[in-house]
Design a protein around this ligand. Sequence first.
Ligand SMILES: Cc1cc2nc3c(=O)[nH]c(=O)nc-3n(C[C@H](O)[C@H](O)[C@H](O)COP(=O)(O)OP(=O)(O)OC[C@H]3O[C@@H](n4cnc5c(N)ncnc54)[C@H](O)[C@@H]3O)c2cc1C
Length: 426
Amino acid sequence: MTTSSESDDVGENWAGTYRYAARKVVTVNSVDEVANLVAAGGQVRALGTRHSFNDLADTSGTLIDLGALRFEPTIDESRQRVTVPAGMTYGHLGRILEERGWALANLGSLPHISVGGACATGTHGSGSHSQNLSAAVCAVELVVGRGGQLTLEEDDPRFPGGVVALGALGIATKITLRIEPTYQVRQDVFTDMAWSDLAKLDSIMDSSYSVSLFTRWNGIVDQVWLKSRVRDNNAEPARPSEGATPAANKVMSPASDELDNTTIQGGIPGSWNERLPHFRFDETPSNGNEIQSEYFVAREDGLAALRTLEPLARDFAPHLLISELRTVAADNLWLSPAYERDSLTIHFTWKNQPKAIRQLLPKIEEALKPFKARPHWGKWFAADGTEIAALYDQLPEFIALAHQLDPDGQFRNDYLSRVLGLEQRT
Ligand SMILES: Cc1cc2nc3c(=O)[nH]c(=O)nc-3n(C[C@H](O)[C@H](O)[C@H](O)COP(=O)(O)OP(=O)(O)OC[C@H]3O[C@@H](n4cnc5c(N)ncnc54)[C@H](O)[C@@H]3O)c2cc1C
């Protein structure tokens, strides 16, 4: 068996917009190696596929890269579950599940992210009845502080704190996810929907299995992407609103007409894993060289939140590549941004203009304050610990759990101290 390798060239996040400050990165091949690294003491953090935009994954010590910790996923057909290595990407997992006739209920916009990294941050796709990816977790095996090992199952009272855990409780090595029999999806794109049609936001978002609205806040919704589960007759989905025009071009990219990296559109049915993500697994997703921010508001506040942001668009639109609106069904995971709240998510892909974005975010968050908007953990936001604490009723329970599972504070970092008030050890 190959053993771990280490490098002091810790590199950057995927977008190249954040350089990790960790001392080294160790690529591990086994759970024992993870346990030994943690048992050795000192600061450690799990690293997924580096798709977060902020310092969440970072540490003053060692980053543990789980991408090489591989084993064949095991499918429990009778219980409809799959157990996977936490560092596996959804793209690889999707191919394996599809080959064996199984599927996940939903996926995020890109399949390149790791299961561990996505579940740690409450990463989501879209769908009025689809919860975020973490809500598919039914067990997680962790290496906790001092190198101990623990499996959290759904009947454990700590489980709701142990999934969207921001890497604060330990390193997830194996994750068990709910699966269902495979299904087909078609993707249809509509263009140029009048902004005023957003008055019917709820019915638009309910019009397909998964709906994404793309806008540059310039008076129209540039594109509406409908992902529908295909029944026997592959029926065309209903127009999401009167004003939306079926796309003439069969290949549309949300942020740039020049990119051809999107999953197949034009109503051509395909397997769930090749239609639910926006981006193809064999291509580079999105633009790169970008910054992202995203806010979750309650579904019932969605339209009012958009109306509140409209007057600010003059300031933020010049810095925007694209905005996306999606829906996420409520769950019960303590730190999930959709905790006990069906949500509308308001996403911004920004140009790589950090200074301008840093100035804009407090204004956007001030405007969204009446809606108790919860920021995406892996993207840029300005809220501090006091503001975050007001958004998560279960935060004290989570902090207590972090103290219990990580008594020496090995997994803490600047982000957790700033955002959750988890003090760093001195
Ligand atoms: C182009 C692009 C598109 C995106 N689209 C979406 C989208 O559609 N929906 C959405 O919600 N988000 C989206 N994101 C954000 C992204 O999904 C999240 O930031 C996600 O956390 C990235 O996963 P990762 O594997 O890269 O994790 P990393 O960024 O490497 O790590 C994120 C966090 O997870 C922790 N972590 C990673 N692995 C483990 C583990 N095994 N055990 C414990 N903790 C772990 C890390 O310590 C860190 O705290 C997008 C990002 C990009 C770049």
